[in-house]
Design a protein around this ligand. Structure first.
Ligand SMILES: *Cc1c(COP(=O)(O)O)cnc(C)c1O
Length: 442
């Protein structure tokens, strides 16, 4: 490819949205339902590294990575090459009809990487929600039980089953019921708000599991090791280990939903590693394939094999182009030391907001791990969430060319999920734009 590399700097040549973006927005609003409402006032023409270029020639700093997807950067050269080569060979056969080697190669790589010490097997799918659904199917087949427990502040997707596991009503569940049955919600660990130690929070969780569901009925407990959409909530130390220990002692499977936390995002291959836990099943997606739609369920072989032949699959699951991108992405992560880069990003963001917090008591909590960091904004006197402030900051940041995401059950969390290959200067510039906006909104 002989294209000029995309300059890694922010540059605004029009206001945002610019004239072309405004025109496209009008067409979007004509042909796409209101329910699909993009947040950034720009239409992308190209993206590379930590920069998204728009149709009006503006360059925006990307602090979202398409929601933790382009961890290796948009259009990473290795991914581009792998995709191009695969597209020329074949685009699709359906793995269930005519299999290909790359699927096995990726499954083998996941077996080497995931924090499950026994042999694993992997089924490849298309989306995070589809991975979660399949993990639940496998858990039910293996245990012969039906109930599944998810946590307060959980996010597991938008399909009928996963909506039921997701905690937050607006916008994910409102008017979409009834939800699937045998899904239960239990309290988790939110140290900033519940003040409980890991041990205390786990005792509360286990009490709920035992009194409201009963281990005899419970197929699986599913949890994100760091809750993403819920506000990047890192459970208190030891919480997850205690819950997993209870699961193992009670023949209940533990499913780690690492759709957002997986693939070096938090500074290790998977966030379960930092908790010292060994899940039975892991749901994976987002960062796996450099932006191509791909997801996976990797689990203990004995558990995965509980499902009858033909019981798992789908037309597109493990599409060869997505799989080629997945193999290339994982190689790039390893070769370029991206886990360490993620850790460094976490240090920079923590340092930045810790400094800022000294003069801005609205910054209630700074949390996360690696390149998955967030700040929770509150009324300093009451700890009441400040969702309006957070929304205003994000809207203004986007107008100034910094792609910023929000999160949180109360919508009062600014979250940072940059591609881990983002340059430090670019990251710091993005953070300083947000700082200036926060200062202006005091
Ligand atoms: C994004 C996400 C999902 C859903 O993934 P989709 O690809 O959007 O279906 C599930 N679980 C977690 C933790 C996520 O962050």
């Amino acid at each position: 490819m002989s294209r000029e590399p995309l300059d890694q700097s922010r540059k605004l040549v029009t206001e945002l949205p610019g004239p072309k973006a405004r025109e496209l927005r009008e067409r979007l609003e004509t042909y796409v339902p209101k329910a699909v409402s993009p947040s950034t006032p720009a239409f992308v023409s190209r993206a590379e590294g930590g920069i998204v270029e728009d149709v009006d020639g503006n360059r925006l700093i990307d602090l979202g990575a398409g929601i933790a997807v382009t961890t290796v950067g948009a259009s990473h050269p290795k991914v581009v090459k792998a995709v191009q080569e695969q597209v020329e060979d074949f685009t699709h056969t359906c793995f269930m009809v005519t299999p290909y080697e790359s699927y096995i190669q990726l499954a083998k790589r996941l077996d080497e990487l995931v924090p499950i010490s026994s042999h694993t097997r992997t089924v490849l799918l298309n989306s995070g929600a589809e991975a979660v659904e399949n993990a639940v199917k496998v858990a039910r087949a293996y245990t012969g039980k039906q109930a599944v427990a998810a946590f307060d502040n959980a996010y597991h997707g938008r399909t009928t089953l996963t909506m039921g596991l997701t905690a937050k009503n607006m916008p994910y569940k409102e008017s979409f019921g009834p939800f699937a049955s045998e899904l239960y919600r239990v309290p988790g660990s939110y140290p900033y708000r519940d003040g409980l130690s890991g041990e205390e929070a786990a005792a509360r969780t286990i009490e709920s599991l035992e009194s409201q569901i009963g281990a005899n009925n419970l197929a699986a407990v599913i949890m994100e090791p760091i809750q993403g959409e819920g506000g990047f909530i890192v459970p208190a130390e030891g919480f997850l280990a205690k819950v997993v220990e209870w699961c193992k002692a009670n023949d209940v499977l533990f499913i780690a939903d690492e759709v957002q936390t997986g693939f070096v995002r938090t500074g290790t291959w998977f966030a379960s590693e930092a908790e010292g836990i060994e899940p039975d099943l892991i749901a994976l997606a987002k960062g796996i394939a450099g932006g191509m739609p791909l997801s996976a369920v990797t689990g203990r072989a004995e558990v995965m094999d509980a499902v009858h032949a033909g019981g798992l699959g789908g037309t597109y699951g493990g599409n060869p182009v997505a799989v080629a991108a997945g193999i290339a992405s994982l190689e790039a992560m390893e070769e370029e030391g991206m886990a360490a880069k993620a850790t460094r990003i976490g240090e920079i963001i923590t340092e930045h907001f810790t400094q800022l917090q000294k003069d801005d008591a609205r910054i209630g909590d700074i949390r996360g791990r690696g390149a998955m960091m967030a700040v929770e904004m509150v009324d300093p006197a009451t700890k009441e969430p400040l969702p309006k402030l957070v929304n205003n900051v994000a809207v203004e940041a986007r107008k100034q060319g910094v792609i910023t995401l929000t999160a949180g059950t109360y919508g009062n969390v600014l979250r940072f999920l940059p591609p881990v290959i983002i340059g430090e200067d670019l990251l710091k510039e993005g953070l300083s734009v947000i700082t200036d906006i926060l200062t202006d909104m005091k």
